[in-house]
Design a protein around this ligand. Sequence first.
Ligand code: TMP
Length: 386
Amino acid sequence: MECRICNSTMKKFLDLGMQPIANNFLVVGDILDEFFYHLELFFCPECYSVQVGNCPEKEKIYHKGYTFYTSTSNYMARHFKELADDIKASVLEKDGFIVEIGSNDGTFLKNFRGYKHLGVEPSESVDSMARKKGLRTWNDFFCEELAERIVEQKGQADVIVTTNAFPHMIDRISVLKGIKKLLSDTGVWVNEEAYLGDVVSLRSYDQFYNEHIYFSSVSSFKKNMDLFGMFLYDALPMDVHGGSMRYLVSKVPPVAKSVRAFENNEKLRDFEHFEKFGEAIKESRKNFLHKVFDAVGNGGVVGYAATAKSTTVLNYCKVGPRLVDRIYDTTPAKQWKLSPGMHIPVVPYDSFKKDKPKNVVLFAWNHYREIMEKEKDMDINWIIPI
Ligand code: TMP
């Protein structure tokens, strides 16, 4: 496969089998028409990026049935409030213009009421929530042409923010050209995304699914910026979503020491590293299956949080409703539906404490602290799926 960023030949290191669309929760009538694609992971030896090979079209994913709402995690809402406060204190003047790409239900952008702001969000389900909050958004896919329209109608942005959105955008070349056109000469692009170093060290292969198409180390992110004539001037590790990195990018040259240090220390530039990672994932599947089989014979198993990540794990390990009875989840749009591919019933979280399940797979392991605090009164054997 050809690298979508630099056109070099990529090398495959992981095959996660046939997978459904991760956030596509189903009603019974949808089962026969369910769409599957082959989920394979590739490494680019030239720009060091990791990419999902074969992806369903973006229109199949981001539409009025899209069910991921950023506001479902209080911890993330707090994290975004802190990011907004940082931006106001350091880079955005009161009369500045901020654009969020992938603004979802407005959880981040609502902190900029009273500022000149714009959200861009292709999924109507979540975008309509943002508009109900009184935020200005465009319901569209971001690309170079859309960036030109924003500049024409509203001017260049002083701050552009993408959080867990940039790796989702398959048309990376057009998106980067668009960001470069949209960003003012003194502006800052703040981008947060899962960090490849953490994915490898935690073996969190459940981060791989049709929405997360690109994974970067600091070295590969910097190479990518170099290629497009932008400057990565800082990289800050973040303890969210199972290990993330906040990248600060500008159109002028400074490169912070932190970026150089990552470049010198990261061991994420050799294919052998990823081959070993691929083998470790097979081990992870065996371990998970052992734990589930043990627990099935010892009180039964349920799931906690019908995350997109759970789709990858359940379909790769072929774990269905005969092993995991049901998944409890707080998102109304997922409740009383079936999980993608494996068709495990998703039920409202409300009855979780009353049902007192004994063995629970924590699919939202990236919200571990928040959930352990919430469930500290329960006596549960937690199973981490990765
Ligand atoms: P995601 O990992 O794909 O972002 O999905 C998060 C899902 O987890 C969302 O449907 C809400 C659910 N969830 C719970 O049910 N309980 C919780 O405590 C948390 C943090 C999330």
